[in-house]
Design a binder for this molecule. Structure first.
Ligand code: ATP
Ligand code: MG
Length: 560
């Protein structure tokens, strides 16, 4: 634990310190990628508690994924010690759930309501057809709450109960929201109810990373923060600690045409003159692109025993690379299959967030039978076993192999995934189950797995990796569009922000690749590189082994 009080802000740069030690009242921190938003947020909470006599239990910190919440909690523990446990940290959904649990009766719910799973939802949908009112009524009858309702029900409850609003405002006098650029209307309303217009609301985010408008997020809430909240203070963080200078320069140029931040600046804290340029690979085909990945990953990791990479790396980061340092990012999930195949054939371990959640994984429901295979024992085993039982009962999705039995390997990997969560949730089985139900897609990944991580660009938000491959940087995928259609300006701007999010995940090495042909919408099509690459200075790229035969053609194409 760091010494509380003295020197608490020593590990922050000047602007981070201004943000962390700002007085109460509405505070908007406009901060680009890699500028230390999490560090600033945790230090602000610690500073308020240690220096300004704020009680930890008066603090509510909201993030977008459970993983981000855990990271925040972990760092707060380091700064504040055991009292950090009194800070409420969670996602919007877990906050909604907590409010509903505390007020179940007032919200018209039984005390033991549970969150509807896919099977519950499908059944209710089938019965209710298009009739949304009826759908909700069916869920209610079955004591179920939909994920969306975890937010809409608390909002409705608070809207009609001024006393309850006062109680919550009294409890959480200090509210902190990360990734504020991606709040939607309901989340925004919940925040407005929880925080008065002159309240101690600290919103932190980056409008240029707003990428969720397709599911209702509205960057407008970020942009009009100072209209919504009285005398809002604004602090900007421009110093990027994550990426090498060439990666950062490429990213800043890429976002420039659509930037929502006036005078967007990102200054590299890392100034290694040896930093590699951004790798660019023009693949002949999707298979060729996958080969490039395999070759390059082999080079990077295979070389680890006899040479060290990036001698100039800062902050004592590792000087050798392992598979877990590498991420492959793509625009659509359908791009993953050929990559997974190619990496698997080359014996490169991969972890990919799959559509099915933890509880749907093969093996999860067989845990209570099969736990003896796993070498897990003691209270933790009991907890995981119990969890497996409940999951089996509630979700009833046993996945069997051809012979009708569950593979021990699947059980083992399911236990590996469940155990850390079970550990954190202690004896609270309901908490454990609701965590499973409310987790975001990225939450199914194990950050410590010794494997290359495959992610959509959306799921990569907030994460960082020493090595990033951004594949499929082609017109039609980035920006994404249906053949024969033209996306409107807003859609292109959002796609460009998504591209910016992808580029800025990289710390030391970034590779961007595009294939000349790709099957999309059932037909193989000729592809051109993404127009987003055109605004990046060619001098920032190092072009990798383009197939000889294609070079003249590429040049001709470029001349036209
Ligand atoms: P994003 O917008 O991508 O979510 P962020 O602003 O949340 O980015 P962080 O993930 O908090 O960025 O920080 C990026 C990296 O910079 C982390 O590895 C963090 O440890 C490091 N960092 C942040 N502030 C400092 C600092 N003052 N000194 C050294 N390293 C720092
Ligand atoms: Mg962040």
């Amino acid at each position: 634990m760091e010494e509380v009080g003295t020197g608490l802000l020593d590990r922050l740069d000047a602007m981070q310190r201004v943000a962390a030690s700002a007085p109460g009242g509405p505070l908007l921190i406009v901060a680009g990628p890699g500028t230390g938003k999490t560090r600033t947020l945790t230090h602000r909470i610690a500073y308020l508690c240690a220096e300004l006599n704020v009680f930890p239990e008066q603090c509510l910190a909201i993030t977008f994924t459970r993983r981000a919440a855990e990271e925040l909690r972990h760092r707060l523990d380091g700064l504040l010690g055991p009292v950090a446990e009194d800070v409420t940290v969670g996602t919007f959904h877990s906050l909604g759930l907590a409010i509903l649990r505390e007020n179940a009766a007032a919200a018209g719910l039984p005390a033991d309501f549970r969150i509807a799973d896919d099977a519950d939802r499908t059944a209710a949908r089938a019965e209710a057809g298009d009739d949304d009112a009826r759908y909700a009524a069916l869920l209610r009858k079955r004591d179920l709450v939909d994920l969306d309702e975890l937010l809409t029900l608390p909002v409705a409850l608070l809207r009609g109960d001024k006393k309850l609003v006062r109680e919550y405002r009294d409890r959480w006098k200090w509210i902190f929201v990360d990734e504020y650029q991606d709040v939607d209307a309901v989340q925004y309303e919940l925040l407005r109810l929880l925080s008065p217009a002159d309240g101690n609301l600290c919103a932190i985010g980056d409008p240029d990373q707003a990428i969720y408008s397709f599911r209702g997020a509205d960057v407008g809430y970020f942009l009009r923060f100072s209209q919504d909240f009285t005398d809002a203070r604004l602090v900007r963080l421009n110093r990027n600690y994550r990426s090498s200078a060439p990666i950062l320069a490429a990213a800043v140029q890429a976002i420039a045409p659509s930037s929502l931040v006036r005078g967007r600046r990102l200054d590299p804290a890392r100034l290694d003159p040896e930093a590699p340029l951004v790798g660019r690979y023009a693949a002949a085909s999707v298979a060729d692109e996958a080969d490039f990945l395999v070759r390059t990953i082999d080079d990077l990791v295979g070389g680890l025993s006899h040479r060290s990479l990036d001698s100039g790396r800062i902050d004592g980061r590792a000087t050798t690379l392992s598979f877990s340092d590498i991420a492959v990012l793509y625009r659509t999930d359908s791009q993953a299959a050929p990559i997974v195949d190619a990496l698997a054939r080359a014996n490169i371990p991969v972890q990919k967030r799959s559509h099915d959640r933890l509880r749907d994984r093969p093996g999860v429901t067989a845990i209570a039978r099969e736990l003896r295979h796993t070498g897990l024992d003691g209270p933790l085993a009991a907890r995981v076993r119990l969890a497996g039982q409940v999951l089996a009962e509630r979700f009833a999705v046993p996945t069997l192999d051809g012979s009708g039995s569950v593979r021990p390997d699947d059980v083992r990997s399911a236990v590996d995934l469940l155990a850390p969560l079970a550990r954190r949730c202690g004896d609270d089985l309901e908490l454990f189950l609701s965590q499973l139900a409310t987790g975001a897609e990225v939450d199914a990944l194990d950050p410590r797995a010794e494997a290359v991580t495959l992610l959509t660009l959306h799921a990569a938000k907030g994460l960082e990796f020493p090595v990033v491959f951004l594949v499929g940087a082609e017109d039609g995928l980035l920006p994404l569009r249906w053949p024969g259609t033209a996306p409107d300006d807003d859609a292109v701007a959002e796609e460009r922000r998504l591209f910016f999010v992808g580029l800025t995940r990289a710390q030391d090495r970034l590779y961007v690749s595009h294939a000349a042909r790709r099957v999309r919408h059932g037909a193989e099509r000729e592809c051109r590189p993404s127009p987003f690459l055109d605004v990046i200075d060619p001098g920032l790229f190092e072009r990798f082994g383009e197939p000889e035969a294609r070079r003249p053609k590429d040049r001709q194409l470029r001349l036209i």
